[in-house]
Design a protein around this ligand. Sequence first.
Ligand code: ADP
Ligand code: MG
Length: 431
Amino acid sequence: LQGTTQDCQLPPKTLDKKGPSIRQNRGGEISRKGRDKRLIQESQPRRVSKFSTNNPKNFFLDKILEFQSALHLQSLCPLDQVQNHKICVCVRKRPLNKRDVRAKEVDIITVATQNCIVVHEPRQKVDLTRYLENVKFRFDYVFDSHADNDLVYRFTAQPLVQAIFEGAMVTCFAYGQTGSGKTHTMGGTCSGKSHEGSHGIYALAARDVFELIIQQRYQSLNLAVFAAYFELYASKVFDLLNGKARLHVMEDKRGQVHVVGLKEILVTDASQILSLVNAGNCNRTTGQTSMNTNSSRSHAIFQLILRPKSLHPGCPVPVHGKLSLIDLAGNERGADTASSDRQTRREGADINVSLLALKECIRAMSENQTHQPFRGSKLTLILRDSFVGERARTCMIATISPALSCCEHTLNTLRYADRVKELPLEGETEV
Ligand code: ADP
Ligand code: MG
């Protein structure tokens, strides 16, 4: 029932004061009631068992289905308007996968509207009675499990690609728990050892860069496209396009930050970029395919840089615009600070510091603060030029798993994203 234009135009249901309660993320209580039974949860079996309440999972599933049946669920579709945000924060819910289905996972996420998401958190009272806490969040966009990478790209990175031709420095981050879909979103689908990246954001951005560069309005800029791909692991920078060479970060007298020796490769078509990404992935601290072990401990930064074509080869040419696409380390790794293994503890602490600094930098950017806390971590230091200045723009894609067993991590991810950009909960479309 989701994802069609018609559904997107459905008016929200008018709800009165009784019915399932929703805890708003930043406090406050609103009540809902509805009668439309047509729309039920998108990705779980449509069964509402009257005899299942002994099994906690079935009990919660019944409650979630009851909640959803009172709503007109609405999802984003390609015809919806893309807004021009300086800071855009959105959430992508991945579908339940085979492993989740085998584990009989319950989908505890309801994408209620194009910008509203509800987490059904299973709770228990002191007298052991079970209940669901419905925690509601609002973001610029919310993508349900049917959204493909093309749709996500359209609302997130695509407007940023246009901006770099206007001279902007921009970033787009995938943030979330390991296994929630960061690499799928950024790099495209992975299966076994083969990697099909043509529908990841890296490839879609590259396609648009080469479409825009030949447009009449940008031709006179006489720009060339360069690609760089590097990894940040335990505060150390490794060049993924240059045999994993260790690089150093330096700040010059004018406050400009440089990754010294970073290899920028001149690219002339989008397919070249795919090969570069694939080659770079083989150099990751891990290799992309064993991704849920070690690559979750490092940040991967892929950059497309526009520079005017040099008339004097060998002379440094200023940057016209830069797009940085970042597949962040799994945010649950920040919790590894209590691990008994020293190395893991260090990595955890480092990830924590960089994710906190990132949040602070984006918040400072939204408040147009003159002081930018980008020195708080190597990650934010490297991305300094994308946080300062009139034309800096950023987009955060928070990725979440729908599974009940991931509830705590999902709430952590959504609370982080909510802090990055606090949208008012009042006055929004009702759910
Ligand atoms: P992460 O990079 O956050 O650790 P991955 O991107 O590797 O997570 O995703 C974990 C698994 O889930 C992969 O097999 C991936 O193909 C699959 N997956 C993630 N997001 C989606 C999605 N939106 N649709 C279909 N499969 C997905
Ligand atoms: Mg990954």
